[in-house]
Design a protein around this ligand. Sequence first.
Ligand code: SAH
Ligand code: SF4
Length: 362
Amino acid sequence: MTSLLRLTPAELEEALTALDAPRYRADQVLQALYRRCLGSLDEITQLPGALREGMREVGLTLEAPAVLREVASDDGETTKALLALPGGSTVETVLMQYPRSGRAPRSTVCVSTQAGCAMGCVFCATGQMGFERNIPAEDIVAQVLHFQRLLAPRGEHVTNVVFMGMGEPLANYDETVRAVRQLTDPRAFDLAQRAITVSTVGIPRAIDRLAAEKLQVGLAISLHAPDDALRRRLVPTARPNSVAELLDAGRRYFRATGRRVSVEYALIDGVNDSAEQARALARVLRGAGVHVNLIPLNATAGPFAAPSRRGVREFRRILNEAGVNATVRIEKGAEIAAACGQLRTDVDAASGTGPAASPVRG
Ligand code: SAH
Ligand code: SF4
């Protein structure tokens, strides 16, 4: 069985030619998949029944994820879906909307690349689940199409995709890159490469590989500590990679692609948020040309908490005064556990959405 969403336009043409279909059929299928976001082969009614039958016989499939639950934040700007993907995994996917005056909102989908995650970052709900399985490219694409289906009737469109949901994208390298290509192929979903950001816990060899793909996607490196000892406590499986090696890989990525690299730093009260740690971070980042996103820790079941607002401002001020570009990321959807690091798919995620959440469906 092969999902139609897995095939590049060229592969799709080849598959249809093998079924003796004329060339234009591939364009009709691509329109159906990526413009109209249809969710089953039967819905592509422009295709002759015999061709649909032939496609089924050679194992080509099309199936939309089942929505197990969908909740929206009170302001309606964040929506989180628990999706049962055709490939068999259940993941959470988030849509974040940012109003823009005079035009449709920026609509960013945060996709999951793995069910669970093997990296075990101590402050991350996904990491605490452990690793279940990799998500195939077609099911990464399906997460984006799910929200496109929601937006289309309002005349809106997915404008950005961030690989910041569950899992470590570079530990599922081939499927991540295949999904990026599909989402940005002008004949497929046709998103600008610059509208995509891949966030990684930092695997230097995989970062180099990604740089060599010559894609224009943004890269975010999740650093969280200025020194190796602390980083190894927070990101236990990153042990073989030092902070210096990681930042070097970031520099090489910037040189190869021209895309500025950002550094993510989850601020944890009493752990990595002291003035001395801010100064140490400024020292290691000086001249690296990176932008730092400070993320006050989002609550998970673990023992960690975010610093006070004042503490966050102070950390930022120290970085800025040392010449390091840093902003505090405004997290959306924390009240429905849809913010960074809060995604999980166990019973709690399916039931405990908090009083502020209003069910959209399911
Ligand atoms: N595995 C990748 C991408 C998914 S995590 C990575 O680690 O980068 C997306 C972002 O959420 C990362 O920057 C991660 O460090 C951050 N994050 C994880 N848990 C968090 C939490 N509890 N609060 C705030 N950010 C968190
Ligand atoms: Fe995995 Fe990223 Fe969570 Fe770490 S922060 S456990 S790498 S998803």
